[in-house]
Design a protein around this ligand. Sequence first.
Ligand SMILES: Cc1cc2nc3c(=O)[nH]c(=O)nc-3n(C[C@H](O)[C@H](O)[C@H](O)COP(=O)(O)OP(=O)(O)OC[C@H]3O[C@@H](n4cnc5c(N)ncnc54)[C@H](O)[C@@H]3O)c2cc1C
Length: 454
Amino acid sequence: MKVIVLGAGIIGVSTAWHLLERGHEVVVVDRQPDAALETSFANAAQISVSYCEPWANRDAPLKMLKWMFSKEAPLLFRPQLDWQQWRWGLQFLGQCNDAAFERNVQQIVALGAYSHAALKDVVSATGIEYQRLERGIAHYYTDQKSFDTAGDAAALMRKYGVARKVVSREELFQIEPAFKSFAHRIVGGTFTPSDESGDARLFTQQLAKRCQARGAQFMYGHDIARLNQAGGAIESIAVCARGTGERSQKAQKAQKDQKDQEIKADAVVVACGSYSAPLLRTVGVDLPIYPGKGYSATFKLKKPELAPYVSTIDDEVKCAMSRLGDHLRVAGTIELGGYDHSLDTPLAKARCRMLANRIEEVLPGVCDTRTEEEGGQPHFWTGLRPATPTNIPYIGKTKVGRLWVNAGHGTLGWTHGAGSGKAMAELISGETPAMNFGFYGLQRPNPRLTTSAA
Ligand SMILES: Cc1cc2nc3c(=O)[nH]c(=O)nc-3n(C[C@H](O)[C@H](O)[C@H](O)COP(=O)(O)OP(=O)(O)OC[C@H]3O[C@@H](n4cnc5c(N)ncnc54)[C@H](O)[C@@H]3O)c2cc1C
């Protein structure tokens, strides 16, 4: 079969890899000059099978109201004149109850476990190096009331096979001594030894190279202009080469006169992250995937000997930190305010500075958090998480013939990348992925299948 994969983020590239494994001919289209240059570029680096609770929970509505006017709010709803945003918001509210929360957790854990196993297989088959650390993920609390409820979330995870355990502050410092410098604030934590961390961009770009070496064609620098539909099925896709920079102004003019290139295939997979929703809507497939803007800051380590190896979540500000070689990445916050990539607005600057200030507070003097004006070289970044109200992605077959979707991975696309790619390739090949998951347009979760955490 010939399959076109639209999007070369972690999801598209993993899909391509697993399609090649099954002997398909693969073409990948992406507007960027390389793989993983949008949301998969600089995320928090966590392979987080266990820390996977969706944002939609019974406390979320009240918290969101409280946070509406705070620049540093972990979850910020910025109202727009956009029906899609409001509809998404209403559907999100519909998930803010205990029954939906547990139902969603169950599926997210199933996909996480499946994906962790798939990631390990890809790594052992390819030998890709991506600053991987198999040291687990810890979560520390600075508020006694929040820590008191940590046991409930850990118990829920254990119910679905994830070994998350509550640890005292002393146990936490044994697991990760780096946080002793913040001991006066930490009241306790949780820890899952089986989780890990690593650089999603490095992994995705190297996997893309291996796909190319196995014969996949990567059409970088191409916009997806159209999905051409006839008789209820995709007939072809139209792509258009992009001009970049000043040098290409002539090329851009030439390109205007040039016709779009039409490509035909037996199947087309939409894996365009947050941009999947508007693209799919052009052919009548309406999915609630909305951009959830997040930020990361990557700092050079000044004192590597004092920096953590265990990837960690800071409960108070809801940010995650991971060591990537001689750098520390800290990332977090979610802003629902449209397709906005800006880093230079007062709000974006405040959120980036918040990450830097927090690192200085938790790990004083460990990272070079100086601003550029002060002579530092911080790397601030923003990405649009393809968020769904449930935090469950859409993996499956659309009502349009030959059109498949693998998108909506929200806060966990790196964790779920390998497994989502594998499951998509299996479905296209007529196989049934061995996990208890509700594939879009195909089947309800299969209660007879059981999964356990990797
Ligand atoms: C701050 C932050 C921290 C995060 N931390 C973690 C974490 O620790 N662990 C975790 O598991 N996940 C994390 N995530 C989530 C994860 O990064 C995303 O879920 C994942 O990157 C989504 O991958 P994707 O392939 O769907 O999208 P993308 O990586 O955005 O890929 C989509 C691709 O489609 C292409 N594309 C889109 N539209 C078009 C078009 N019209 N024409 C041509 N090409 C197009 C884009 O160029 C892009 O390359 C985090 C996200 C953020 C923002």
